[in-house]
Design a protein around this ligand. Structure first.
Ligand code: PMP
Length: 401
């Protein structure tokens, strides 16, 4: 008898498990709208031109495979902080930003969570309801207690701002408030600039700290700067924050696992100490991060021509998603004779649409229509083509009623 006999079967991952079910489906009509990964109109994965150019440059310069330092590639860490806060950011100039390269968004969040567990024992993290499925796993595994704040209002398919503020207010002083920097996943609903101001007021008043998850910078509006406005607002007000970044979506570097954890703090002295402790947490977990993605980012951001080309490619991706969003809305509105208002599809931003389909309806989408999506009703518009919008609208309407 196996010594592993007591090991039970783990449930499939709610997001990556959808891709597994998709792969097993043999229908020609099948559509994978589960994972948030960009596809072309032909539904093929895309490697950005700037990434190919940067990789060519890297190959030609004959780079070696030496270990990176624990904190990652210096040129990457500089580029990523500047991209987040702006190249002329006073916080960067004053040395008040501690940046450590992480294993993409997930690994960077995990490092931030481990830091909270060690230096703020007992402090609670507040997570939006709903949120990206992995947030809860990350804080659970790091041993950080969490609870939810209200975020989504199903009646208006909008933000429950009053509920959100009330829950942040009720949290014990010194809590961490996890905020999606832009393009909230899964709802596609972000606070307005005025609401961000009020959120910052309340967090300051309560002595909380914002922990931003920035996984879609450039993908919400098409502008890197505009998508960082929420984070920059907190920094401008002199608030200390944590920020996890990911280059999975905006540079299409999903499998390279490249991102960063940043702490913006009150002094350079504190920043140096915080960075030393982030490194200390990283060392026994994975020792040091992978180099390839870090060099791609550093090359693209550090070269004016490549940087401009990246911005154009990002606008193209964001633009394609907006076009698909519009087409889906048009198809839903013309096909659905019930008079239902589908305009929420147009109001949502980023990669996803939160359809309002429940679990049973999502099951109908996959079982009858071969359309795979997460069971919370989220569909990835980045995985949809114009040609498939009409079919998807039929599937949604059939599943709804
Ligand atoms: N945060 C959010 C909100 C996300 O949607 C994602 C990607 N789906 C991530 C973080 C991290 O992804 P990765 O680890 O691939 O960078």
């Amino acid at each position: 008898v196996s010594k592993f006999e007591a090991v039970t079967m783990a449930p499939p991952d709610p997001i990556l498990g959808v891709s597994e079910a998709f792969r097993a489906d043999t229908s020609d009509a099948k559509l994978n709208l589960g994972v948030g990964a960009y596809r072309t109109e032909e539904l093929q994965p895309l490697v950005l031109n700037v990434v190919k150019k940067a990789e060519k440059k890297m190959l030609e310069s004959g780079e070696n495979k030496e270990y990176l330092p624990i904190e990652g590639l210096a040129a990457f860490n500089k580029a990523t902080a500047e991209l987040l806060l702006g190249a002329d950011s006073p916080a960067i100039k004053e040395g008040r930003v501690a940046t450590v390269q992480g294993l993409s968004g997930t690994g960077s969040l995990r490092l931030g969570a481990a830091f909270i567990q060690r230096y703020f024992p007992g402090a609670k993290v507040l997570i939006s309801s709903p949120t990206w499925g992995n947030h809860k796993n990350i804080f659970n595994d790091a041993g950080v207690p969490w609870s939810e704040y209200r975020y989504f209002e199903p009646k208006t398919v909008g933000l429950d701002f009053e509920g959100m503020m009330a829950d942040i207010k009720d949290a014990p002083s010194g809590s961490f408030i996890l905020l999606h920097g832009c393009a909230h996943n899964p709802t596609g609903i972000d606070p307005t600039p005025e609401q961000w101001e009020k959120i910052a007021d309340l967090i300051e008043e309560k002595g909380h700290m914002a922990f931003f998850d920035v996984a879609y910078q450039g993908f919400a509006s098409g502008s890197l700067d505009q998508d960082a406005d929420s984070v920059r607002l907190f920094v401008k007000r002199g608030l200390e924050i944590l920020v996890a970044q990911s280059y999975s979506k905006n540079l299409g570097l999903y499998a390279e696992r490249i991102g960063a954890i940043n702490a913006v703090v009150h002094s350079s002295d504190v920043a140096v100490r915080v960075k030393s402790q982030l490194k200390r947490l990283a060392r026994p977990m994975y020792s040091n991060p992978p180099v390839h993605g870090a060099k791609i980012v550093a090359n693209v951001v550090g070269d004016a021509a490549l940087f401009d080309e990246w911005r154009a490619e990002m606008e193209m991706m964001a633009g394609r998603i907006k076009t698909v969003r519009q087409r889906l809305y048009d198809d839903l509105s013309t096909k659905d004779k019930s008079g239902k208002d589908w305009s929420f599809v147009l109001k949502q931003i980023g990669m996803f649409s939160f359809t309002g389909l429940n679990r049973a309806q999502s099951d109908n989408m996959s079982d009858k229509w071969h359309v795979y999506m997460t069971k919370d009703g989220r569909i990835s518009l980045a995985g949809l083509s114009l040609a498939k919008c009409s079919y998807l609208a039929d599937a949604i309407i059939d599943s709804y009623y």
